[in-house]
Write a protein that binds this ligand. Structure first.
Ligand SMILES: CC(C)(COP(=O)(O)OP(=O)(O)OC[C@H]1O[C@@H](n2cnc3c(N)ncnc32)[C@H](O)[C@@H]1OP(=O)(O)O)[C@@H](O)C(=O)NCCC(=O)NCCS
Length: 136
């Protein structure tokens, strides 16, 4: 049985909180995402699925779980950066509803010394849910 796991590191007021969303089957980790939340915005820092289970919906399940988790926290917008050459990730994010909102020229410097690669900045507006910071 597959299960999603989401954990959140301790945070202090005004400081970003990091959380991870992972997918495992029979206690074998098949993928994870790292998300950093600050007030009503969050950033997907990375997402990865094991090569042996790709194209089986694991990545989409993790993104969906991360979005649900962020929505539960009152996060309004999710951001991420992805290489223009990363077709699988671009397709995954497009399927999850992310839209391109910017481009960072030469953002990635390949370790093989090749020319810098642009990054696209993607964003997803989550369903309207008020920020869960009580003003009582
Ligand atoms: C990107 C990554 C997380 C996708 O994980 P995954 O488990 O294969 O994704 P899913 O099976 O849930 O695919 C969901 C959708 O993404 C798209 N997609 C995923 N891999 C794709 C590929 N190789 N080619 C084209 N589309 C792809 C498809 O639309 C797919 O839906 P479909 O299978 O119904 O057509 C995975 O390839 C990975 O870990 N890559 C290396 C790390 C990386 O590049 N991370 C992103 C950093 S920004």
């Amino acid at each position: 049985m597959m299960r999603g796991t989401r954990t959140r590191s301790p945070s202090r007021p005004g400081r970003p909180a990091a959380s991870r969303s992972s997918a495992s089957r029979d206690d074998v980790l098949h993928g994870f995402a790292l998300v950093r939340a600050t007030l009503d915005e969050a950033e997907i820092l990375t997402i990865c699925t094991a090569p042996g289970v790709r194209r089986r919906g694991v990545g989409f399940a993790i993104v969906t779980a991360a979005c649900a988790y962020c929505g539960g926290l009152g996060i309004q917008r999710l951001f991420l950066e992805v290489s223009v050459e990363n077709a699988p990730a671009l397709a995954l994010y497009a399927r999850a509803g992310f839209a391109v909102i910017g481009r960072r020229a030469g953002y990635y410097q390949p370790q093989d010394g090749g020319p810098p690669i642009d990054a696209l900045v993607l964003a997803l507006t989550l369903a309207d849910q008020p920020l869960r910071i009580s003003k009582r």
